[in-house]
Design a protein around this ligand. Structure first.
Ligand code: ARG
Length: 459
């Protein structure tokens, strides 16, 4: 017997092409677990409202648990008419427990059902991504602790700017991914409003206590206050897709740094062989494919966000079948980001910092600001000091000398009282140690931040 949720008023069967177009079971079967959770809670509400008796309630729950097990162990067998996950679960339940299954959908619509399922799924997706982000933060933190005083060039405009430490660079990304975790948390907090009981759009007339449903479905902390909005709101999907896209953009920036840093030109890091690949033609090549893919995956993540926003734009109240198009982009972004974060954490954990190469890329001109600060300490107004040091930088370029080899007379030409102590400024480690403002790159400050993160992340 075909178990269809809506065949009554139709004289003709659905065309095969229409079925292929309409059916969502091939992708929304991922909602099996949460769909069954929602149905068990719903059966409880039907019992409390006196719409089914205890025996029927127990039969429904036992049957639903059997269906859950079939999905979990892969033994669930889909059939032709399984339009979507809701139909498939109910059809199988009917086979397993008989006619009592026909009571489960009392007062419920697939509109409030799917909205509930997606929220439950999104909340658990948020938790999964949060754990992955934490894993990446911990990998970065471990590198930061090991390299709190490893000197490297810091860049603006990808031009050498000032010396920093590699640990400081690592912690910049820890901060970035912490904001992503906060965004995941905030987006899932807004998903915790229960649509179930809103019916198709107008509410239900069967005396269902919606507040009690939030006790059975404890991921929810409130009940949606407007049934129309309850079945048509997909903001939380959009918010999570945005959060995932922004995390992808952050990963692409980390990836780009590491693509550059692992090149022969920079040589600051060595990526593990395990996360690199070779060339089919050039035997010497070791390519940072893991990082290039991370950079590239951000395209899909942004694309999925744009897909959903475009689907939602201009939809009339309330539920429209267009909304079925929220699922594939969401599942794809979840899977893409989950694997990306796992790879990123592994690459970061296994990469080697090459101190000597980082050190060799530091040049004296990167201390020009230190020189200007020194003049400021001697009472020269900063704007003037900037000009004087600029002239020294130009002299060094003209004479093809590093600044520390410029003769003293050159220094005295811009500031007569300078003496040979000026050369002691050309110490990279001391330059970095002087950047000791809170959040600065001085190793003590970096270690202080490492300790703060260790406390926070180990909780
Ligand atoms: N597969 C549908 C979706 O994902 C379930 C809801 C269908 N509702 C309906 N009235 N046809 O949105």
């Amino acid at each position: 017997m075909e178990h269809k949720l809506w065949g009554g008023r139709f004289a003709e069967p659905t065309a095969a092409t229409m079925r292929r177009f309409n059916d969502s079971f091939r992708f929304d079967r991922r909602l099996a677990e949460v769909d069954i959770d929602g149905s068990i809670a719903w059966a409880g509400a039907l019992l409390e409202a006196g719409l089914i008796n205890r025996e029927e309630y127990e039969a429904l729950c036992q049957g639903l648990e059997l269906v859950r097990r079939e999905f979990a162990d892969g033994s669930f067998e889909a059939i032709e008419g399984d339009e979507d996950i809701h139909t498939a679960v109910e059809r199988r339940l009917h086979e397993l427990v008989g006619v009592v299954a026909l009571k489960l959908h009392t007062g419920r619509s697939r509109n409030d059902q799917v909205a509930t399922d997606m929220r439950l799924f999104a909340i658990s997706a948020g938790r999964q991504i949060d754990q992955r982000l934490l894993g990446l933060q911990l990998a970065l933190l471990t590198q930061a602790e090991a390299h709190a005083s490893t000197l490297m060039p810091g860049y603006t405009h990808l031009q050498r700017a000032q010396p920093i430490t590699f640990g400081h660079w690592c912690l910049a990304y820890v901060e970035m991914f912490e904001r992503d975790r906060q965004r995941v948390h905030e987006a899932t907090a807004r998903a915790r409003t229960l649509p179930l009981g809103a019916g198709a759009l107008a509410g239900n007339s069967l005396g269902i206590e919606r507040e009690r449903l939030t006790e059975a479905l404890d991921e929810f902390d409130a009940v949606a206050g407007n049934s129309l909005d309850a079945v048509s709101d997909r903001d939380y999907v959009a918010e999570l897709l945005f959060t995932f896209a922004l995390t992808g953009v952050h990963l692409s920036r980390l990836a780009e740094d590491l693509v550059l840093y692992s090149s022969a030109e920079f040589g600051f890091v060595e990526l593990a062989d395990a996360y690199s690949t070779g060339s089919s033609l050039m035997p010497q090549k070791k390519n940072p494919d893991s990082m290039e893919l991370l950079r590239g995956k951000s395209g899909r993540l942004v694309g999925n966000l744009v897909t959903l926003l475009t689907v939602l734009k201009g939809l009339p109240m309330t539920y429209n079948k267009d909304m079925q198009e929220d699922k594939e982009p969401f599942f794809d972004s979840l899977d893409t980001l989950d694997l990306s974060l796992e790879v990123a954490a592994a690459v970061v954990a296994t990469m080697e910092a090459r101190h000597e190469r980082m050190r060799a890329a530091l040049d004296d001109a990167m201390l020009a600001t230190d020189l200007a600060d020194d003049l400021v300490r001697r009472g020269v107004p900063f704007r003037e000091a900037h000009g004087k040091v600029g002239r020294l930088v130009r002299r060094a370029l003209e004479l093809h000398l590093p600044m520390r080899e410029l003769p003293l007379v050159e220094y005295q030409a811009v500031q007569p009282e300078l003496d040979h102590t000026v050369y002691s400024l050309f110490d990279m480690a001391q330059s970095v140690a002087r950047k000791d403002s809170l959040g600065g790159t001085a190793p003590d400050r970096v270690l202080e931040q490492c300790a703060r993160w260790r406390d926070l992340l180990d909780e």
